[in-house]
Design a protein around this ligand. Structure first.
Ligand code: NAD
Length: 512
């Protein structure tokens, strides 16, 4: 790979397309700090060319039989399953997450593809025989047409797969606008669809930045937008796309709290806090960033978390790097870009200045794999208070803040006062307390002794409050609903043996 850079283009009508803009952005390998490729940044005209490809394919794909559509999605699933290692490597090379974590990302995306293989069952309508005299009623769900998916850097394969398997299976055509930080996975997926037999134009990739996003949000040909990213952009996408008449689901940022009650198993809770706080270098929207320790457990719990945090191996997440060393995979890779690493590091400075206690300091990290990578070690703060910037802002890095509270009621109040409502977890052995928490907490996804409660594909993923704009969550039956529009058909067939006299009747029909 030394010195070679790849060119990452758009994907239109089943082929690569360079576009006509002369704007390109560098893509880096975060483990080495080296530029590994350049990605096209669409002009307005490029965006229109990609949308037109999806538009041309929409009618035929929407009328393709359920059997045929399912066969293509199933073939895609088989190819993805057999080549998942390749995709995981591509993710690690541009995102930085360790190989096993990248494989996990692919597996969770694959789950949604498997869910979408059941689309025939999911699209069955209702039928009511004899709703009124000689009248039957049935419902059906039709595809929308062209749908846009705009995804963040942190799951370059899984987040697009929350949406496109269901969208495509339901008969829509797709324009995916990936993050410009790790765009290669999208092209790999496009090629896989082609190999699976998807007709050209059904799945398209539009590379770029705000220019590409704005084109999708305002194009009259795009019927719906699924967005995942930070809260300010999610809000902007929701408002702009809604104003332009589109159906929108815009998933935003998070600040996920894990509450530990005094009766919890503290070893389990400490393991969970480290896994959920520092896995994928904290760059997960379901990462735990605040640990709420209900006294008197804080001293003991912080000590157990600190002990585990100090054992973590930080380094290049690629398998080659592992084989060259001691055969052990790094626990945590670098952050996605230098700018992001520096921003997260400045949050640590801010917490320290505000008076939080730095128990483990990630700023002194010794990473395996070179000084040029965008590394930051795991950082554990104790005695964080809700007025501090480290508590209020979404840091999106390997920084775990412990907030100490006196009671369950205080813990609940803290979680519910937060602007975000993506995920949360409670650790306890008290079933009654857990049940009360699940009823009282204003958060969309809840874990009971599970720190990262990402719902399985046949349930739906989404938060509350400023973690989601729009009201439909991703995948599961809500996803099927989002990517289809309902019709209800009322039919009257007169029984020839019992033909009524007919006649004029201007009143509103009463169902009898
Ligand atoms: P981001 O908001 O910077 O970017 C998301 C997408 O929006 C990208 O495709 C990007 O190109 C585009 N974009 C960026 N700035 C834009 C602008 N000004 N106008 C129009 N489009 C713009 O997010 P990110 O840094 O890539 O991802 C991290 C964020 O995503 C975090 O806040 C994280 O919590 C969130 N996230 C949320 C979920 C969820 O399910 N709620 C899942 C994953 C990530």
């Amino acid at each position: 790979m030394g010195g070679m850079t790849t060119t990452i283009t758009h994907w239109v009508d089943g082929s690569r397309f360079d576009g006509t803009s002369d704007r390109w952005a560098d893509v880096t390998n975060p483990a080495t700090g080296q530029v590994s490729g350049r990605v096209a940044l669409a002009s307005e005209a490029d965006a229109q060319a990609v949308i037109a490809s999806a538009s041309r394919a929409a009618q035929e794909w929407g009328q393709t039989s359920l059997a045929r559509r399912t066969q293509v999605v199933f073939a895609f699933r088989e190819l993805l399953n057999s080549r998942r290692d390749e995709l995981a490597r591509l993710i690690t090379a541009e995102h930085g997450k360790v190989h096993s974590d990248a494989l996990g990302e692919v597996a969770r995306g694959q789950e949604v593809v498997e869910f979408a293989c059941g689309i025939s069952h999911l699209l069955k309508g209702g039928h009511s025989d004899g709703a009124s005299t000689d009248i039957d009623v049935h419902s059906k769900r039709a595809p929308l047409g062209v749908v846009g998916i705009i995804s963040p850097f942190n799951f370059p394969a899984m987040v697009p797969m929350w949406f496109f398997p269901v969208a495509i299976a339901a008969g829509n055509t797709v324009v995916l606008k990936p993050s410009e930080k790790d765009p290669s996975a999208s092209l790999w997926l496009a090629e896989l669809w082609k190999e699976a037999g998807l007709p050209d134009g059904v799945f398209n990739v539009l590379q770029g930045d705000k220019v590409a996003v704005d084109a999708l949000l305002t194009s009259p040909e795009v019927q719906a937008i699924s967005f995942v990213g930070s809260t300010p952009i999610a809000e902007y996408v929701y408002e702009t796309a809604s104003r332009n008449g589109k159906r929108v689901q815009a998933l935003g940022g998070a600040k996920n709290h894990m509450v530990v009650l005094p009766d919890a198993d503290l070893d389990l809770a400490a393991d969970a806090a480290v896994n959920a706080g520092f896995g994928s270098a904290g760059e997960r929207c379901m990462a735990i960033s605040v640990l709420v320790a209900v006294e008197p457990v804080a001293d003991d719990l912080v000590a157990r978390i600190a002990e585990r945090t100090r054992t973590l191996l930080i380094g290049d997440g690629g398998t080659e790097a592992t084989q060259a060393g001691d055969g052990k995979e790094a626990d945590m890779g670098p952050l996605v870009t230098k700018a992001h690493r520096d921003k997260v590091s400045s949050f640590i400075d801010s917490g320290e200045q505000a008076g939080a206690k730095v128990v483990v300091d990630g700023r002194d990290v010794a990473a395996r794999g070179g000084d040029q990578g965008f590394y930051l070690g795991p950082t554990l703060f104790d005695h964080v208070t809700p007025d501090m910037e480290v508590y209020r802002e979404e840091i999106f890095g390997p920084v775990l803040s412990v907030v100490r509270v006196a009671s369950y009621a205080d813990a609940l109040e803290l979680v519910n006062a937060n602007d975000y409502g993506n995920g949360t977890a409670i650790f306890t052995n008290d079933g009654g307390a857990a049940r009360r928490f699940e009823n009282d907490v204003q958060v969309g996804m809840i874990g009971i002794n599970v720190p990262v409660p990402v719902p399985v594909a046949y349930y739906s993923f989404g938060g509350w409050k400023r973690s989601l704009f729009g009201d439909t969550h991703a995948h599961g039956t809500e996803g099927v609903h989002f990517f289809t529009r309902g019709k209800v058909v009322t039919t009257r067939w007169i029984d020839p043996a019992n033909r009524p006299a007919g006649g004029l009747e201007l009143g509103f029909p009463q169902n009898v």
